[in-house]
Write a protein that binds this ligand. Sequence first.
Ligand code: ZN
Length: 342
Amino acid sequence: MQPIFDGHHDALTRADHANLVTGRDGGHLDLPRAAAGGLVASMWAIFCSGPGGVDLDFEAAPGGGYDIPLDPEVPHDFAAAEATAAAGRLLALERAGHLRVARSVADLDAAADGSGPHAAVMHLEGAEPLDISLEALDAWHAMGLRSVGPVWSRPNRFGNGVPFRFPHSPDTGEGLTDAGRALVRKLNAYNMVVDLSHLNTRGFWDVAGITDAPLIATHCGAHAVAPASRNLTDDQLDEIGRTNGLVGIPYIVDFLRPDGKLDADTPLTQVVAHVRHVADRIGAGHVALGSDFDGGVIPQELGDVAGLPKLLDALRAGGFTEAEVAGIAWNNWRRVLAATWA
Ligand code: ZN
């Protein structure tokens, strides 16, 4: 079975996370279903919903499309407590032998050849849990954190996230703050991934101007295929290709569809259309998967993580060679993570 790496999912912070080992009743991802689908390694997002929770209504705008007001900033102390608990949850799964928190590519390789358990890359989606002086980053690195997105789609002390809008450009205002630039420099110095997802245009170019690592967007589609503010424009894709970087394509229908509709009756060929655009624009070595499982509505045809072989078949049917499919499913992620973590 082709091993698969997924650049982003939200299973760790769902309310029924206690059932990740035995199987959740619903949702998109748990460990038994991941194994059934060939998903042997993935980025486990630690996301802070904040005191008020997060309620995104993608059907809000009349006449199709959406324009969702930005959530307020989450206070650091609240986010730090929420995130530390989620990190502990992941480490408890490791302690019990259900997965391995990936600290190097050797952990990914072991998962791929079957000699090790599922490799979980610990990822912070939004840097709110970090203190402004970044002293906590050492503690987080020691816990196993290997990837940080400076912002989610809301403001924080490190920068401004891109609002969820459709149709809309990702160019929505100010990018990183001085603290955000310091964060990117420190992540670089610690050989950690800086995730471009949820940044606006200025934030993207702020990161690109600072980092010397391959540029990585763990879960973003192509703006040329579906004009969502969360998707990457062609000039952004070009820059990612130039740095030997990577884009993980999400399966969230309102980012995938040319009409932006929240409609689960969306064929897998629409995921393939985004993969195809990125591959044609910057090469098949620079596109991979970044599901956003448990983060929104995905195509019914896929169902959940156990359906991933259907997506690989859709890529083959879309004209990708077996070598390209292996790259999209696994090798491309392995390459950029090896280059970043080295
Ligand atoms: Zn996200």
